[in-house]
Design a protein around this ligand. Structure first.
Ligand code: ZN
Ligand code: ZN
Length: 257
């Protein structure tokens, strides 16, 4: 088997499944419950993520989508139970509003750091479309048996972007809302004002113990939420909270509007 994926244990029943071989350094997460397992995103679609998941659990798998961008739905075709926020559901049904040749260029725009699995062929790389099993709204609870995960609608990076909050453990899966690197709200389908409101919204959560991002370094300090919140406040104060206003550099991260 290819070593495209890196499995890291967050705790005995929670794994990060990472693709460090790709410049985007994407993380998906597997949460093992008593009745089923929850896979948060399915990665880039360069390797077969289902084979990795099958090595970690025999339970039925539910997939939940942080948002419908190509780098987080790459393995959706390998699963049958897929949830997505209702505001991103149309992109899952009808496809992402981005031509496939542009996406293919993005996938390979920087050389891979690890060898891609043999079966990977960029000319056959396609974007999943299909009807979701369930459309989510803010505050929905995903119950996988002795583990409850709350949906927090955090639009801005995409209309139906969600964070997932597991209050009992203090785990916040932040998707593309918070990670170390460049946070993006410059595409036509993004909304910098909503992005700011979403950061404000998650900053209200009490007792976050672990931030689990969808990209880059897994070690994100808890106070990063506060730092990103302050960064957006300063951008807003300077009347620059709008698309096309540029790249703003901060200590551990940038914001590209
Ligand atoms: Zn994204
Ligand atoms: Zn992403």
């Amino acid at each position: 088997m290819s070593d495209w994926f890196t499995i890291e244990k967050i705790d005995d029943v929670t794994y990060a499944i990472s693709e460090y071989g790709h410049w985007e350094k994407v993380h998906s997460y597997l949460l093992i419950g008593k009745e089923c397992a929850l896979l948060i995103d399915t990665g880039l679609g360069i390797g077969n993520i289902k084979k990795e998941v099958d090595l970690l659990t025999d339970l039925p798998i539910k997939v939940v989508t942080t948002h419908v961008h190509w780098d987080h739905i790459g393995g959706h075709n390998l699963f049958s139970d897929i949830s997505v926020h209702q505001e991103d559901a149309k992109w899952l049904r009808n496809g992402i509003p981005m031509p496939i040749d542009v996406i293919r260029k993005n996938v390979i725009c920087q050389p891979f750091i690890k060898e891609a699995p043999k079966e990977f062929d960029i000319n056959k790389y396609n974007i999943y479309t299909g009807n979701p099993t369930k459309e989510l709204i803010d505050n929905d609870i995903i119950d996988i048996g002795s583990r409850e995960i709350r949906v927090i609608h955090t639009p801005g990076h995409s209309p139906g972007h969600i964070c997932l909050w597991e209050e009992e453990k203090g785990y916040l899966y932040t998707g593309d809302l918070i990670y170390i690197g460049t946070l993006y709200a410059f595409y036509p389908s993004t909304d910098p004002i909503q992005f700011k409101h979403s950061v404000d919204k998650i900053s209200q959560l009490n007792n976050i113990k672990n931030i689990l991002p969808a990209h880059n370094d897994l070690n994100v300090s808890i106070n990063m939420v506060q730092k990103v919140k302050e960064a957006f406040n300063s951008i807003e104060k300077n009347n620059l909270l709008r698309q096309g206003s540029g790249v703003f550099k901060f200590e551990d991260f940038n914001i590209h509007l």
